[in-house]
Design a protein around this ligand. Structure first.
Ligand SMILES: [Mg+2]
Length: 264
């Protein structure tokens, strides 16, 4: 029998695409669960709360528990949850601010924040808010970025992403943010910290379609890496500078058998 493994599964491009679930994805999750493995589902979204994502995944037909979902919002909560002195100013939308408020001590800009967390703040961004965050950083608060994307694509055009605002604060305050989302190794390590038992890296697998994030993070964290040839994979085949996974499989369908065969 295969020893219990921890499996970190990327979502978009690995289990589903914009067209819907990838063939066999539902059965893969069921098989991994039946084999007794600990699962975490990773996504880099900083605009939706876990409940909303969970509802969307259930609607797609994936058998995912809400506590198995791991986003940069959850990562920030795990990172700060162990610090009883943390008082966190959140630059984010209502959904993620509420989720963080339920998990950690969220304070206003004039309540001596020890940390500034920046996520999707499109709906609330003002000069005053950015300036308040800058003031908190000047007083010694740590800057945490949920992710550091430069821009995102929507309706056929590019729009400023979270990373652009993080860069403004880094520049003004002369510091570097801790990034807790992909491609930071912190994202993987915090995901593993969220599992019930300490994970053994040689019994921990990360599975994704993106060599520049999923596979790069996994290699740095010392995990076993599997790249699927779906999603972004086809866009990356000509880039020889990207890291190479321990195993490359046609699709996530091959994963349960691969783990059974190669698990330590
Ligand atoms: Mg992906």
């Amino acid at each position: 029998m295969t020893a219990r493994q921890t499996v970190l599964l990327d979502l978009e491009g690995t289990l589903y695409t914009r067209e819907g679930l990838l063939e066999g994805a539902r059965a893969v999750v069921q098989k991994l669960r039946a084999d007794g493995h600990t699962l975490r589902f990773l996504t880099n979204t900083d605009s939706k709360d876990t409940a909303e994502l969970h509802t969307a995944l259930l609607a797609l037909g994936l058998d995912v528990r809400i506590d198995e979902l791991f986003t940069p919002v959850v990562a920030a909560a795990v990172a700060l949850g162990g610090d009883p002195t943390a008082r966190v100013l959140v630059l984010g939308n209502e959904a993620i601010t509420t989720e963080l408020t339920n998990r950690i001590k969220v304070v206003g800009p004039h309540e001596n924040p020890t940390h500034v967390v920046v996520g999707d703040v499109r709906a609330h961004l003002t000069y005053t808010l950015l300036d308040d965050a800058f003031a908190a950083l000047r007083r010694g608060a740590h800057l945490i970025a949920l992710q550091k994307g430069q821009y995102f694509l929507s309706d056929g055009s590019a729009h400023l992403d979270t990373g652009a605002l993080v860069a403004a604060l880094e520049y003004a305050a002369s510091l570097t943010a801790q990034v807790v989302g992909k491609p930071s190794t912190d994202f993987v390590n915090l995901a593993l910290r969220s599992t019930p038992a300490p994970a053994n890296p040689r019994r921990t697998w990360i599975v994704g379609d993106d060599a520049s994030t999923d596979i790069a993070m996994g290699i740095k964290a010392g995990l076993r890496t599997v790249q699927v040839q779906t999603g972004k994979y086809t866009l990356q085949t000509t880039d020889t500078s990207l890291p190479v996974a321990d195993d490359v499989v046609e699709s996530v369908k091959a994963l349960p058998a691969l783990i059974r065969k190669k698990a330590l």
